[in-house]
Design a protein around this ligand. Structure first.
Ligand code: NAD
Length: 506
């Protein structure tokens, strides 16, 4: 966690000894391009979710360390802003190359700390890498506009960096989400303060090492750690101009309102209860496979997990096959070959998920598949929950209302498309949705009437946001820059008027 070598050693230790890490090292802060040991008095123990063995201790960075990160960024900003776009683009190219070279190492860190399977962890890295790759095209993306107002007058628009910006990351995508923020924030000329999740900061620390190697100057990226104290510091620090947050609903709504009240720009992607509406005319095999993959992949710990199924009409007859497919999934330690899903993040999370399954049973749902108590042979101490399917769920049940964030699929049944749309629109989360159908007319109707920011048609892609600021693409660039317009008048002839006019020209 302090250097690449140390991590390599940890990783091979893990694979050789399978589940025991000798002499775990503490996680460092990354300030002014240096890995520095924290003098924290509060530490978070980070356990491997597959074994519950200690991997590292993550500091609650001290107020002095948080201040040092901001000072470092403030010092770096004026020079960084002045660097040419081509210079920043070259750094991005190198970063992309280094992430590719270190792909396995990043993925191994994710499997070790977060628990997801190694194959899935590689996807986590790739989704972030693709944002870095897009950032390499900055020279054609950050163009301004010119409006010729009249013969000698024109208005030009520029996009300028904000200054110091911050990222607050969740545990479920330890590489992807830091990489949603780092490339676009820095290539546009900002300095970034990142707070990874205190539950799995390892991938972000490797990314910091790679960013330094790629040539990011001192202070352009700083990483601090901790929980609410660090977040509150970020929310209240006047020099931080914008915050990117991804995480749960509760934390996100708090961060959005306190950050905005302090005059900061905030983008927040929150929790969800993503619904899939399944029509009986859908392609049966493809739909069932898509749903089982999206519901149980990453042990259901994806913001875009399709956790809620609305089966319309005869599609309810597909339930036994969904259960059969779910049973085929191999639940195991994430480094094991053939593992389809790993453990959930913490013992508390496992307990919460199992409690929500029980609440469904208590409230009258039918437990078609029960993943509670599942223990892979080699990992008796891990936080494992097997795929679970609850049917006959109603909208008043707790297991419907709360985000479960585990490998649990809750199924509701309705008779018509209209009922499905009404049910989904009534859900309180800012959800993403998907519909599975072979009818273009049905899909069109759904797309028009559904109230969601992201709609998948025969593809389970949704995601949820609050406040309307998207993270990447053009919208991401706009988030990290502010518009400056310059209106100029260069008279080609001397003015003839002899007296100044005080009225607005009409
Ligand atoms: P979380 O909200 O617990 O933590 C996210 C971050 O907020 C962490 O860095 C954490 O330290 C901080 N935090 C947590 N509680 C806080 C509090 N009370 N005050 C201040 N800061 C606090 O989320 P998580 O459990 O790490 O991540 C899972 C959640 O993230 C799920 O709800 C998931 O749906 C959501 N998520 C959404 C998207 C999306 O794009 N919509 C993507 C990934 C994850």
């Amino acid at each position: 966690h302090g250097s690449g070598k140390a991590f390599e050693a940890l990783k091979s230790d893990y694979i050789l000894n399978h589940n025991k890490i000798e002499n775990p090292e503490d996680t460092y802060n990354f300030i002014d391009n240096k890995f520095v040991k924290s003098s924290a008095t509060t530490w978070f123990d980070l356990h491997d979710p597959a074994t519950n063995n200690l991997v590292t201790r993550v500091p609650q960075s001290t107020p002095e360390e948080l201040k040092a990160a901001v000072d470092s960024a403030a010092k770096a900003f004026p020079e960084w802003k002045k660097t040419s776009l081509l210079h920043r683009q070259q750094i991005m190219f190198r970063l992309v190359g280094l992430i590719r070279e270190n792909w396995d190492r990043l993925a191994a860190s994710i499997t070790l700390e977060q628990g997801k399977t190694f194959a899935d962890a590689k996807g986590d890295v790739l989704r972030g890498l693709q944002v870095a790759e897009t950032a390499c095209g900055i020279t054609t993306q950050l163009t301004g506009e010119v409006l010729e107002v009249s013969k000698d007058m024109e208005t030009r628009s520029y996009r300028e960096p904000l200054g110091i910006v911050a990222a607050i990351c969740p545990f479920n995508f330890p590489a992807m989400i830091p990489l949603w923020c780092l490339p676009l924030a820095t290539v546009t000329g900002n300095c970034l303060i990142m707070k990874p999740s205190e539950r799995d900061p390892g991938a972000a620390m490797i990314i910091a090492e790679l960013a330094k190697e790629a040539g990011l100057p001192d202070g352009v990226l700083n990483i601090v750690h901790g929980a609410a104290d660090t977040v509150n510091f970020i929310l209240d620090e006047p020099q931080i101009k914008a915050i990117s947050f991804v995480g749960s609903d509760k934390a996100g709504r708090y961060i959005y309102s306190r950050g905005s009240a302090n005059g900061k720009r905030v983008q927040a992607n929150l929790g969800a209860k993503n619904h899939a509406c399944v029509m009986p005319d859908a392609n049966r095999n493809a739909t069932i496979n898509a749903i089982v993959g999206a519901a149980f992949g990453a042990a259901g710990q994806r913001c875009m997990a399709l956790s809620t199924l609305v089966l319309v009409g005869e599609a309810r007859e597909w339930l036994p096959e969904i259960v059969e497919q779910a049973k085929k999934l191999n639940v195991n330690g994430g480094f094991e070959d053939g593992a389809d899903l790993g453990p959930v993040i913490t013992p508390q999370s496992k307990q919460r998920i199992e409690g929500l399954i029980q609440s469904g049973v208590d409230e009258g749902a039918t437990l078609l598949l029960d993943g509670r108590g599942y223990k892979p042979e080699k990992y008796p101490n891990g936080n494992f929950v097997g795929p679970t399917v609850l049917s006959n769920v109603t909208t008043s049940m707790k297991c419907y209302k709360e985000e479960i964030f585990g490998p649990v699929l809750v199924c509701l049944e309705v008779d018509t498309l209209e009922e499905a749309i009404d049910l989904i629109n009534d859900n309180e989360y800012g959800n993403g949705v998907a519909i599975f159908t072979n009818s273009g007319a049905t899909a069109g109707r759904f797309q028009r009437d559904i109230e969601a920011g992201q709609v998948g048609i025969n593809v389970p892609i949704p995601n949820s946001i609050v406040g309307g600021n998207y993270f990447y693409g053009k919208a991401g660039l706009n988030f990290y820059t502010q518009l400056k317009t310059v209106t100029s008048l260069w008279r080609s002839e001397d003015a003839i008027a002899t007296k100044a006019s005080t009225a607005m020209p009409t």
